[in-house]
Structures are given as structure tokens and as C-alpha cells.
Design a binder for this molecule. Structure first.
Ligand code: FES
Ligand code: FES
Length: 152
């Protein structure tokens, strides 16, 4: 089947199998490998992207549900040469350890700050709950989000 949608602010069309998921279409058809496969069952958040501005786990998202939708991946989070404030904060707080979960963490955090530019620590913890980090970088993730929130 053919699916047309917006990917990182560009109109695209792709030919995929009926059972194709968004995660593997991004990785295999568009070479957008920043979105990671981990659990594959919508339980860890490593594969989080934005669909219509909302954080969604792409590993279980069928491509047939993507037609006409607006998708943003970690590669599209910055706009041209302008980095997202979270990307600077992530560097300043030296958040990643192995790095594997980090694009999912940043996409989840970006969705939070879009809805709520100045969340409390409790709201950050609540919203980020369920995006798992096996390296346990949670404290630095929270600090980086707070760094942007207090500027906002
Ligand atoms: S790989 Fe999608 S939620 Fe874990
Ligand atoms: S930094 Fe290694 S899993 Fe999160």
C-alpha cells in the first residue's frame, strides 16, 4: 500500500506492506535511525515520535493509521540550524550514558514542554514516567528538562 504523510515538515509518500509499522518505515525506508527499537511492544518509549504533536510509540503504530498525519522524529526536532532548547540542555547536563533511550526521552520531553512550558518537577516526573532508561539517567533527564522549563 502507498501512504502519504508529512515527515519532519516535508510531504512524503512511501510504499509499504500492509503490516508495516511507523518505526520500521522510518528506519528502513527513510534511514531515520535516531528512533530506536527496544521492547517492540509499546512498553519502553525508546521509539517515541510526535504524531500531530503528541508523543506516540512508533513500534506498534501501523502505517495504515499514518496517512495524512504530521510526523516529527528526533531528526526533525531542530528547525534548520536552530536546535531545540532541550538539545542544548541535554549537552549541558551531560544526560546520556549509553544513549540508546535518549531520542525517546527528548521527544517525550519536547511534547511536555510544548503543552506546558513551565512544568513542576512533579509534572515532569509524571509525564516522563514510562520512558525507560536502563542506565538510570533519570535525575539528569529531569534536570535538563527543568533547565529549559525555568528559562521558558
Ligand atoms: S520499542 Fe517502542 S515502546 Fe519500546
Ligand atoms: S542512557 Fe542508556 S538506556 Fe538510557
Amino acid at each position: 500500500m502507498k501512504v502519504s504523510f508529512s515527515l519532519n515538515r516535508k510531504a512524503v509518500e512511501v510504499e509499504v506492506e500492509e503490516k508495516a509499522t511507523l518505526l520500521w518505515t522510518l528506519r528502513d525506508k527513510f534511514q531515520l535511525t535516531g528512533t530506536k527499537y527496544s521492547c517492540g511492544i509499546a512498553q519502553c518509549g525508546s521509539c517515541t515520535v510526535h504524531i500531530e504533536g503528541n508523543p506516540v510509540r512508533s513500534c506498534m503504530m501501523p502505517m495504515r493509521a499514518i496517512a495524512g498525519k504530521d510526523i516529527v522524529t528526533i531528526e526533525g526536532l531542530s528547525e534548520g540550524d536552530t536546535k531545540h532548547a532541550l538539545q542544548d540542555a541535554w549537552v549541558e547536563e551531560q544526560v546520556p550514558q549509553c544513549g540508546y533511550c535518549q531520542s525517546g526521552q527528548i521527544m517525550q520531553a519536547a511534547a511536555l514542554l510544548k503543552k506546558n512550558p513551565n512544568p513542576t518537577r512533579e509534572e515532569i516526573v509524571d509525564y516522563m514516567d514510562g520512558v525507560l532508561c536502563r542506565c538510570g539517567a533519570y535525575m539528569r533527564i529531569i534536570s535538563a528538562i527543568q533547565r529549559v522549563a525555568t528559562k521558558g
